[in-house]
Design a protein around this ligand. Structure first.
Ligand SMILES: [Fe+2]
Ligand SMILES: [Fe+2]
Length: 302
């Protein structure tokens, strides 16, 4: 059961409000009354990041071609909603949406948080459609995440291309970030005149390092989720995917060592050397992953 924040007696708690809204939605073919009457709503069932239990939440959506976009606005609150954290931990979810004939269509999907210019453009478009979203963004310092939901269809080549494009894009971003970070660390190391950077590492370098570790960890968590689906669709990839899973564990160990090094006020090890080790391991991993997965996902060589 979701926790029940204390509320004045006459108002339902947010959890109770959502429960009533979802019951209404399911009983009335995706239509609801009250303050969300007429709003384009979906129900998202994610896996609780801590509990592992299914969690359902309503969300406003917009269509964008074959995918749906949802917005982790949390009504302009300062924290991202739990369902967003759940999707970062496990991008697989179930979507319920009005089927247009008085029923509810329920289907499995995967979530892809949008980044950079694409996220900004899609959020701006949503503000045009619904000015409440402009007010939500004004209410908080966090950047409200925009998440694309891809319907999982085992035989859909467009879906496979989307996964492949995403993989190529994220790998390129991670390679750039890592090269940047190495340059920054090397400059500091040279300036310190010792084989290691002068402690403390500096706020910017530390933050940069931890952001990169977080992004890489998130990418691999998402991939681990997607691998199971890919194995089902492309059984011939199973041995390659088994190796990729093992490589994710090696990368995770290197990341943990790097994080420990960053946290150490007087690190004994050589940060640039550690970054080089991570880079070469990752380069091999990215190359192997691309070689294994891209031909199948782009429909070549089958
Ligand atoms: Fe990977
Ligand atoms: Fe990858």
């Amino acid at each position: 059961m979701p926790e029940e924040p204390e509320q004045p007696a006459q108002l339902p708690s947010p959890a109770e409000f959502n429960r009533q809204l979802m019951a209404d939605f399911r009983a009335n073919g995706g239509q609801v009354g009250g303050m969300f009457a007429g709003a384009p709503l979906v129900l998202l069932t994610t896996t609780g990041a801590r509990s592992g239990h299914p969690r359902s939440n309503p969300a406003v959506y917009a269509r964008d071609g074959d995918r749906l976009l949802v917005f982790a606005s949390n009504g302009g609150g300062d924290k991202n909603p739990d369902w967003y954290h759940n999707l970062l931990a496990d991008p697989r979810l179930t979507v319920e949406i009005a089927d247009g004939t008085g029923g509810v269509d329920r289907f499995p999907a995967t979530a892809e948080p949008l980044a950079g210019e694409e996220r900004d453009r899609q959020y701006a478009a949503q503000c045009e459609r619904d000015p409440a979203f402009a007010a939500y963004q004004q209410g908080t310092d966090r950047t409200i995440p925009v998440i694309a939901l891809h319907r999982l269809n085992a035989a859909d080549p467009a879906r496979h291309r989307a996964i492949a494009d995403h993989l190529v894009r994220v790998h390129a971003e991670l390679r750039d970030e890592l090269a940047d970070l190495r340059k920054q660390a090397a400059a500091r190391q040279t300036a310190s005149g010792t084989p290691r950077p002068a402690p403390p590492l500096g706020e910017q370098l530390t933050r940069h390092c931890l952001t990169l570790c977080g992004a890489l960890h998130e990418h691999h968590t998402n991939e681990d989720g997607a691998f199971t689906e890919l194995e089902r669709q492309f059984p011939e990839l199973a041995p390659g995917i088994a190796r990729l899973r093992e490589e994710h564990k090696t990368v995770a160990r290197t990341l943990a060592e790097l994080e420990a090094l960053i946290a150490d006020p007087d690190p004994a090890a050589d940060l640039v050397g550690e970054l080089d080790r991570l880079t070469s391991g990752l380069e091999e991993h990215f190359a192997y992953e691309e070689e294994q997965l891209l031909p199948a996902l782009y429909g070549r060589g089958r």
